[in-house]
Design a protein around this ligand. Sequence first.
Ligand SMILES: Cc1cc2nc3c(=O)[nH]c(=O)nc-3n(C[C@H](O)[C@H](O)[C@H](O)COP(=O)(O)OP(=O)(O)OC[C@H]3O[C@@H](n4cnc5c(N)ncnc54)[C@H](O)[C@@H]3O)c2cc1C
Length: 404
Amino acid sequence: MKKIAVIGAGPAGMAAAITAARNGAKVVVFERNDIAGKKLLLTGNGKCNFTNVDIHADCFSFEEGSFADSIIENMSVRDICAFFADMGVLSMERKGCLYPFTGQAHTIRDAMVQTMEQLGIEVIYNVCIGEISKDKEQFIVHMDNKFIYFDAVILACGGKAAPKTGSDGFGYRLARGFGHTVSRTYPVLVQLLSDAPHLKAISGVRCYANVSALVDDKKVASDYGELQLTDYGLSGIPVFHLSRFLSKEAEEGRDCVVAVDFMPQIGIDLLEQFLDKRLGDLKGYALKDFICGLVHSKLADYIINESGVCGETAVTPADKDMIFNLLTAMKNWKFHITGHKGFENAQVTKGGVLLDEINENMESKLVEGLFFAGEMTDVDADCGGYNLHWAWTSGIKAGETAAK
Ligand SMILES: Cc1cc2nc3c(=O)[nH]c(=O)nc-3n(C[C@H](O)[C@H](O)[C@H](O)COP(=O)(O)OP(=O)(O)OC[C@H]3O[C@@H](n4cnc5c(N)ncnc54)[C@H](O)[C@@H]3O)c2cc1C
């Protein structure tokens, strides 16, 4: 019977351990926290969006030409749901996102812990593995003053995001110890910082908007969803999405901008028609009252102040061009991005162990018997269950092959 060590009891490590044990291996999991899946419990606001009906390689970032797309596409959503149904967890779908039927992340975590128990997997908590060596065919895991021997090792230590949950990049040392290259890491799915003036005045506004990321004036991504304006910059799911295209670029000092269309449902022609009618109906009303019907009142006040027009001015049909210009500005409002809110606030890590040095079975090309799974590798994805999908699929693949 093969003896396998899994380092890290996060989603990827637990998926790997369960699969290896189901394939006949004797498995020991080492976890530095006193519980398994600490980060998993936070996912999806405690509801755990664990995969998505629409899985395709475009939702992920990885090195071009790597094998990651085949792993992602060969293990379907149905396979992942079946993996959990086998542990007694049913799923439900909302807007394409899959959650456990209970709507509670701990259902998934608890089911995995219970399954590990049933399979006789030993989980050793409160131990941070700092050294693993290889002696001929055997791996030696150094734990306190003990040396424990294994036939294979699966590194599933996570990245650097949300370090309070146990993954603070420490695991990369283990990979480097075996000669692996770890690419530079950046926090993604994170809030963005802006130096736009008077952010305090519009802080607290939440609205549905189209947002686009521009790097050196070139549009690189866009999304629609609930935008949150804060005193430091921008937040909300569509901003998290854009952060995958701006965190690294902002750190590198490139010119990064988020352009916001605060009125995405109203095209320019429709806006013009609407203004014609309103100018007839509301002649003589104060400008601020006039445009408040179209945009959030804090934004209306802000844009009026910024443009130097008096909000108390009584509107006449002759002011149409001025009002039209004010409103069209709302369709392309540019926030200069200066950075991000760091790994402490990020959900995911961009960068990690290079896929170039790992084969399609998640095994190291440099050291036989060494495997990788999950966020530790240089793969990141969009919001919507994709990052956990990678954790499960890469973990299952590593566990399956390691046990052979
Ligand atoms: C707030 C938040 C919400 C999120 N929501 C979602 C969501 O809804 N859907 C989604 O798809 N993704 C979500 N994510 C991302 C998702 O949680 C991660 O992609 C996923 O947890 C990665 O799994 P992993 O097993 O690779 O790493 P981790 O979950 O980071 O687990 C790694 C484990 O290894 C342990 N460890 C590390 N080094 C050692 C060591 N040397 N010795 C022993 N143990 C070690 C750590 O303590 C940790 O328990 C969210 C993330 C956050 C922070």
